[in-house]
Design a protein around this ligand. Sequence first.
Ligand code: PHE
Length: 344
Amino acid sequence: MSQSLTEKLESLKTEALRELSATLFNLESLEAFRVSYLGKNGKLTQILKDVGKLSPEERPKTGQLANQIKQVITLEIEKHAQTLQLEERNKALQEESVDVTLPGKTMWRGTRHPLKKTMEEIVQIFSNYGFQVAQGPEIESEYYNFDALNTPAWHPARDMQDTFYTVDQTVLRTHTSPVQIRVMERYKPPLRIVAPGAVYRHDDDVSHSPMFHQIEGLLVDENVSMAHLKGMITGFVHQYFSPQTHVRFRPSFFPFTEPSAELDIECMMCHGKGCNVCKHSGWLEVLGCGMVHPNVFRAVKYNAKKLSGFAFGMGIERLTMLKYGVDHIKLFFENDLRFLRQFS
Ligand code: PHE
């Protein structure tokens, strides 16, 4: 019996090695081959079970032989497996090879919205003058939007036709000026703030939208004069548009400033000669401004005798349209990438 077991082992070894060298394996069929010999129910495993039935004298020798054969077959399978793995890797590398000389795909980078760009630019200019950014709510009480700004109930600016009312005595703010009041209520003078944000008016054409954006500015101190206002605003225009831009301050009226002015810049389309854009006046209106009205100081319990200050407010859409020659305000809100990409 032991004789035949040894023989069985030897012939199994021969068979296994022959099969290994004669067959074209892939990794899968090689694994099947391994299982068929060395797996739980494999040919060699079967024979090894019979070794236990041998007499104690025969067992060690035969056992040794069986283990040796197992090692030989295992080693041979591993060699095959390594070769196969290498081949598969090479094949994959060849198939998946990338031509690094091909041009890449163009990816569009997102950019800031033109209105946001203008806003940040203006805030930057004024922060160089020592202004800080302030904010207020878009849904505002009539008190902050009008009363505290010296705009009493009978004032035409409060007309339902211009102002969006939400509930009683509450409006969508029609300008950023209420932020002036909120800031002065909370902080002591001196102060310099700019307040960018959305505002709402019942208005809709090529240059007006029911929602648009403004930046408010407020400076309060002692001995502030109209000359300071003119100097700072002119400096701003020269930085935002160009150092060559001509400006003029034209007398105007706002309930919360006295005296009040509007700032015009020379039309950049016709350089003052007169064209369609400036309605043949040669000038373009850019912002409203003035010296803070004493009644506004009284409303926030500031000392109107000791303090003075100036305020200004400008439309972001308008400033952006003038700078880039945009002829329709709706372009800012349609999010057409063909338009937006021109600002990247
Ligand atoms: N609030 C004014 C407007 O919306 C602009 C302005 C602000 C004028 C501050 C003077 C001072 O038209």
